[in-house]
Ligand binder design. Sequence first.
Ligand SMILES: Cc1cc2nc3c(=O)[nH]c(=O)nc-3n(C[C@H](O)[C@H](O)[C@H](O)COP(=O)(O)O)c2cc1C
Length: 180
Amino acid sequence: MGKNVLIITSSLRDNSNSDTLAASFAEGAREAGNNVETISLKDKTINFCMGCMVCQETLECVIEDDAISIAEKVKAADVLVFVSPVYYYSISGQLKTLLDRLNPLYPSDYNFRDVYFLATAADEDESAVEGPVKAIEGWVECFEKARLAETVFCGGVDGEGEIKGHKALDKAREMGKAIG
Ligand SMILES: Cc1cc2nc3c(=O)[nH]c(=O)nc-3n(C[C@H](O)[C@H](O)[C@H](O)COP(=O)(O)O)c2cc1C
């Protein structure tokens, strides 16, 4: 039957390296018979969490923007894949803003278990992804039924589309293929 895999990409630029990495993961996951949806934050309006905590009682956010429907999809998915360029040795601001806005899911009966993380950076050194992984782990660990399954880091790619032909794309495809 396959799993419902939700991929959330967060780069806002055209011909994005991290989007390309996500597309490879999606290809593999589809080949393995999973149902895959990719959401790009590029064309979405996601305001900052205000910390009102109303969501912890109502399970709904009071801010009416695109984070509401994304949160519904995150809640229903079996597998989550967060995708980010490395920005100042952390995740992108747009992904962090979304993670905060997923606060209504914290007390909810969410479905997701395995979470994957895909990241690209100019820096070639693997240590460039430590901060971003920590940021994702910080979110995942708050959702006790979920775990950070695996990460693909592709360093040494800076310009638009520079990731083309990189072996990290194969790694992401294989990782996607292993889901099911
Ligand atoms: C605001 C900003 C901050 C960045 N910070 C870092 C960084 O801290 N370390 C790094 O190696 N690359 C950094 N980069 C480079 C990007 O991570 C790199 O170009 C990446 O491949 C972009 O992915 P994308 O094409 O999906 O947007 C930064 C780029 C921008 C625009």
